[in-house]
Design a protein around this ligand. Structure first.
Ligand SMILES: NC(=O)c1ccc[n+]([C@@H]2O[C@H](COP(=O)([O-])OP(=O)(O)OC[C@H]3O[C@@H](n4cnc5c(N)ncnc54)[C@H](O)[C@@H]3O)[C@@H](O)[C@H]2O)c1
Ligand SMILES: [Zn+2]
Length: 399
């Protein structure tokens, strides 16, 4: 017996803008974005700001208020901007999204209201999640303020928070209403977050664009010196490549069992949890990629010379490819990081699918991971890290 089937397709479109000083009075980017729908309406807007961003840009809350007043024909700010904690801690406690929902309720926000969120990837994930579940979806405009979030998470279509010690255990797929990448925010970023964010750019170059990988290789020194123009290009190209993948691969909401953009992430997510988030996401991704690259060599899937080129680039940028948590053990003495494989599969369902690279800009998927070879790869990385440490001691002694 056949049953009738019903279906529909909903097109999503969202602008991703690159600008400087988005809340300068005469910069019309934000006002134009909000006017994109119902241009004659006065839109209700609420803003949430990452505390570290507000500290680095002390006039920010005032600038947002002034901006909304200056564009008062289109924007009505319903309350003073809310400044809250940023960083992974806001994803680790449901009290944060709940407090936000309480505020949305007090302010009477509805589905046509806008929440502007200015902050790092963690705050964007948490606020986007709260907005997504409030009235089943309030419009969100993201202003990512880190290298990682401007080039990756802020332009993507996922949100979420951590639960039961598992990254992004709850969350939804919702494209933002718009994204505004304001390069000025990057000026106040801690150095480790500049470098950590570049790890995701290296990742997407390895998956999709060998020329971009070569660009990063050629400009590694500029990145280490946080040269603004180089950093802006890396952020922009990384965002483009992530967006091309999300919008062009036919599975933006990850209905299949593959997560092609999550190269290096099965170990990375586990390392973030194992270290109690001492490792930031980008830092953990660098180590996760190092594990997978070394593993691919062990399995005869990648030439050692190419692997060395990849690891050397990560090191040249200043990313550490080793953390003691790689040796943490779980019940029965197995390496705890290997639980990351099970959690990775469980997150999507279906069969385990791990993306590896067979060359620069050339990725493929495997459905089985040999855990003995992973152990051996971790031992290889330990050796590489101690050799590198020995070399730096020798260099210092020779000075
Ligand atoms: N949704 C997705 O598709 C996706 C993709 C990749 C990563 N992520 C998530 O993104 C998060 C990591 O984001 P992140 O790397 O931006 O780190 P983060 O948000 O933890 O920010 C790092 C630190 O920098 C501070 N900060 C942010 N912007 C600043 C600025 N301009 N000046 C000074 N300080 C600033 C933050 O308050 C925080 O203390 C992780 O939770 C990760 O899981 C999500
Ligand atoms: Zn990531």
């Amino acid at each position: 017996m056949t049953h009738p089937e019903y279906g529909f397709a909903v097109p999503f479109r969202f602008p991703v803008c690159f600008t400087r000083a988005a809340f300068a009075r005469d910069n019309t980017t934000v006002a134009d974005l909000l006017r994109r729908v119902e241009p004659d309406r006065r839109h209700r807007v609420f803003a949430v700001v990452d505390r570290h961003v507000a500290a680095g840009h002390p006039s920010l809350a005032r600038d947002i208020e002034t901006y909304c007043r200056a564009h008062g024909e289109s924007i009505r700010l319903v309350a003073a901007p809310l400044v809250i904690e940023g960083g992974e801690a806001v994803k680790n406690d449901l009290a944060h999204p709940l407090a936000l929902l309480e505020r949305f309720n007090e302010l009477g926000l509805d589905r046509q209201s806008f929440v502007l969120v200015v902050g790092g990837g963690a705050l964007l994930d948490m606020v986007s999640f709260a907005a997504a579940i409030c009235h089943r979806g309030i419009r969100i405009v993201r202003f990512p303020t880190t290298v990682l979030s401007q080039g990756d998470s802020g332009v993507a279509v996922k949100n979420g928070v951590n639960l039961f010690g598992k990254k992004n255990f709850i969350g939804t797929f919702v494209p933002p209403f718009a994204v505004v990448n304001d390069a000025r925010f990057l000026d106040t970023l801690e150095y480790r977050d500049v470098i950590g964010g570049v790890a995701e750019a290296v990742k997407v170059s390895l998956l999709r664009d060998a020329d971009f990988f070569r660009f990063i290789e050629a400009h590694a020194r500029g990145l280490v010196n946080r040269d603004a123009a180089t950093l802006e290009y890396v952020v922009r190209r990384s965002a483009e490549l992530h967006l091309e993948h999300i919008c062009g691969n036919g599975d933006p909401f990850e209905l299949g069992s593959a997560r092609p953009l999550d190269f290096g992430h099965w170990a990375a997510h586990k390392l973030e949890s194992l270290t109690g988030h001492r490792l930031r996401h980008g830092e953990a991704v660098a180590i996760g990629m190092a594990v997978d690259v070394t593993y691919a060599v062990r399995m005869g899937l990648l030439e050692p010379a190419i692997a060395d080129r990849i690891l050397s680039l990560l090191e040249a940028i200043g990313l550490r490819l080793w953390d003691e948590a790689l040796l943490d053990t779980a019940r029965g003495g197995a390496l705890a990081v290997l639980d990351g494989l099970r959690e990775f599969r469980e997150h999507l369902g279906g069969e385990l699918t791990v993306t590896l690279v067979r060359g620069i800009g050339d990725s493929f998927e495997v459905h089985e991971i040999d855990e003995v070879a992973v152990r051996a790869s971790i031992a290889d990385l330990a050796l590489r890290a101690s050799a590198a440490a020995g070399a730096s001691v020798r260099t210092a002694a020779a000075r």
